[in-house]
Write a protein of this length. Structure first.
Length: 456
């Protein structure tokens, strides 16, 4: 089993002239001489010796140099040779004075034609494709836990490097990147998540460091937690992150198991807030409204009305369902209302106020069945289940309902001789009445609805 020993030995490599090869062979002894013989002596990969045994500067061991490498021996690590690409890498890190310390094994075969060698402070790996790289510290412990080069990370492709933030480090591998910091621990980022992490500026972006590994979730998807949010991926939606207030909303709705499903976009800024698309709707947030989502059955109409750039602007609440199955959702500029029988319609301004008044009272009008409709002379109407509300250019609005509305329709509504309504329906002896610009309609149980015109 490979060793994982952290720490470093502080020493300095002494330089001196090399004696003749034969004399050097004669002055090799002990574990160094045994190791030299084990790797083939002068005919082996190290070649002829170029020095006798020397004491290491920290007095903890001895070493000898050769044409193509060196052998170091300590009581703790034994005697091991270092040569070739590993020798060059070890030299670049400061020999035994660097973070790797003394060699703790010889070169050993690894996966797919690679080799590895253990040191006190880490492990070095080499392949033709990746060259020689060292893995140490927390990254090495994590790498070991993932199966070394046999795991999804494959071989290291870079040295460990400090991060620009100054509070962590990273190292690239064939199958991903490993990040480590005191605040977040050590975790890898791979696959589609690594590509997304790149686009949001790695750890310097809003996500910060990863704080977990990928976890598998429904429909073949996955998620990974970061300091500043969560990444999600599914075969149908690709990789996207969720953060900030929208993440809080997403969590309260059940994450990917809730009605929103997986995210299908990143979060995008608007003039006064931001939005993010999900399988089941669009989530919005602004300083004045907080986070809320618009979903089925309102999303299609909201889109047709221009999303947050239309008259409705941002949602101010989640959709609610009344006892009769009616769903409604409040927005900065109005309200959306839906029922199975009427579908989805918007209400704002005068029509919204009249609907809410009716909804809280006698419920004469019922639910909206149309959008606002522009009509002659700058007027507007909106139809409801049991009546129609008319608004004139002067700001006067009145409702025409029931049998009187049916008779009004027979006269041509506002385009007929009666013109616009000038009153709501009111009680008269034996019945009800609504006044219009050029007449009125009365209703009684005995006579039904009758038109009387002109007035005066």
């Amino acid at each position: 089993m490979r060793r994982t020993v952290t720490g470093a030995v502080v020493a300095a490599l002494l330089a001196s002239g090399a004696p003749e090869a034969a004399a050097a062979r004669d002055c090799l002894a002990g574990p160094v001489a045994d190791r030299y013989a084990a790797v083939g002596g002068p005919a082996g990969r190290l070649g002829q010796p170029t020095s006798c045994l020397r004491q290491t500067p920290d007095l903890s061991g001895v070493y000898a140099t050769f044409e193509r490498g060196s052998i170091y021996s300590t009581e703790d690590t034994g005697a091991w040779d270092v040569s070739g690409a590993f020798g060059a890498l070890w030299s670049s890190t400061g020999w035994e004075t660097g973070f790797l310390g003394y060699p703790a094994s010889g070169e050993e075969p690894a996966r797919a034609g690679g080799v590895f060698q253990e040191f006190e402070g880490g492990t070095t790996f080499w392949t033709p494709a990746t060259g020689a790289q060292a893995v140490s510290g927390d990254v090495e412990g994590f790498y070991a836990g993932q199966g070394w080069e046999w795991g999804f990370l494959g071989y290291p492709t870079s040295p460990e490097r400090s991060l620009a933030r100054g509070d962590g480090a990273y190292q690239f591998f064939q199958g991903g990147s490993v990040y480590t910091s005191a605040a977040s621990g050590t975790h890898s980022v791979s696959g589609a998540f690594r590509g997304l992490y790149d686009t949001v500026r790695w750890e310097q972006g809003f996500l910060g460091y990863p704080t977990s590994q990928e976890s598998r979730i429904r429909d073949g998807g996955a998620y990974q937690k970061y300091q500043g949010g969560i990444m999600y991926w599914s075969p149908a939606t690709g990789a996207h992150s969720v953060s900030g207030p929208i993440r809080e909303l997403y969590g309260s709705s059940g994450y990917e198991n809730g009605y929103l499903g997986y995210p299908t976009s990143q979060e995008f800024p608007t003039l006064t807030g931001s939005y993010q698309r999900f399988q089941g709707g669009v989530a919005y947030q602004s300083p004045s409204t907080g986070p809320n989502a618009v979903a089925v059955p309102f999303l299609g109409l909201y889109a047709a009305l221009g999303y947050e750039n239309g008259m409705l602007r941002f949602p101010r609440s989640a959709a609610v369902t009344d006892e009769d199955g009616t769903r409604s959702q409040s927005f900065e500029g109005g309200t959306l209302v839906w029922s199975p029988s009427t579908g989805a319609h918007s209400l704002w301004g005068t029509f919204r106020a009249r609907y809410l008044q009716d909804r809280a009272g006698a419920r004469v009008l019922g639910l909206p069945t149309t959008q606002e409709v522009r009509i002659r002379d700058g007027g507007t109407y909106q139809a409801f289940q049991r009546g129609t509300v008319y608004l004139t250019w002067t700001g006067q609005y009145h409702a025409v309902v029931g049998a009187i509305l049916a008779k009004y329709g027979q006269t041509g509504y506002e385009n007929g001789f009666l013109g616009y309504p000038t009153s709501d329906e009111f009680d008269i002896p034996g019945g009800r009445r609504t006044n219009f610009e050029h007449g009125y309609i009365e209703w009684s149980a005995a006579t039904g609805a009758r038109v009387n015109a002109p007035i005066g």
